[in-house]
Ligand binder design. Structure first.
Ligand code: HEM
Length: 193
């Protein structure tokens, strides 16, 4: 049983590492922003293809986080009530729901709108009026990616203290640090990060 638990812990943590994609997505979109106009060239096709093709793997990672997390709870002899009895587990489950909702919104609503606007340009450079609409939607998607990054890192930070909670002040300081990191990743191209 101990070995199964150990393997599951590794799966859960490796899965959490792979969930850092929003950070790299922000690096990518910031680089695209620094290139400037025109919109609709191969750089946009390349970036949009990468972003939209990450949606399915992201759903799989979220499902794996939930499944491996729940198994970790069950293998320790607890039931679903642990999600209520242990506030950290409850909070982590809520955070997972939040990023699942964000991803669903981006995948089903935002991304199709962006794709439709590019399609209206017919594979040519995008006219100014369409470009403004695309930029607005991309900005919303970028904001959501930074919220997602904040949530994933917060869930990881909470995970470390699942069975031995840190003092409140330390958790608050760490949340502030994570928020600063997510903001920095959002705000533009960085040389050192
Ligand atoms: C965004 C989603 C999640 C991320 C990024 C995440 C990340 C992590 C990390 C980094 C750890 C620390 C592992 C260690 O120090 O050994 C951890 C532990 C843990 N997580 Fe998650 N987690 C997520 C969601 C969940 C969910 C939804 C559950 C269950 C409902 C869960 C249950 C657990 C448990 C039980 C542990 C303690 C492992 C042990 O038994 O030692 N996690 N998590």
């Amino acid at each position: 049983m101990d070995t199964t638990l150990d393997i599951l812990k590794v799966i859960h943590v490796v899965n959490a590492i792979l969930m850092a994609w929003p950070f790299y997505a922000l690096v990518t979109v910031n680089q695209r922003g620094s290139l400037g106009p025109p919109l609709g060239d191969r750089a946009d096709t390349y970036m949009e293809n990468i972003i939209k093709n990450r949606a399915l793997p992201c759903f799989v990672l979220q499902g794996t986080a939930l499944a491996s997390g729940l198994l970790l709870v069950f293998l320790r002899g607890m039931g679903l009530n642990a999600l209520v009895a242990n506030p950290i587990l409850g909070l982590k489950s809520l955070l997972l729901l939040i990023i699942a909702a964000l991803l669903t919104y981006v995948h089903t609503t935002l991304q199709p709108q962006i794709d439709a606007l590019f399609a209206r340009a017919g594979g040519q450079l995008v006219p100014q009026e369409l470009g403004q609409q695309i930029t607005k939607l991309r900005l919303r998607r970028k904001r959501m990616a930074s919220v997602c990054l904040f949530v994933v890192l917060t869930a990881a930070m909470l995970g470390v203290q699942t069975w031995a909670p840190f003092p409140y002040w330390l958790t608050i300081v760490l949340v502030i640090g994570i928020a600063a990191l997510a903001r920095r990743a959002y705000s533009g191209v960085r040389r050192w990060m």
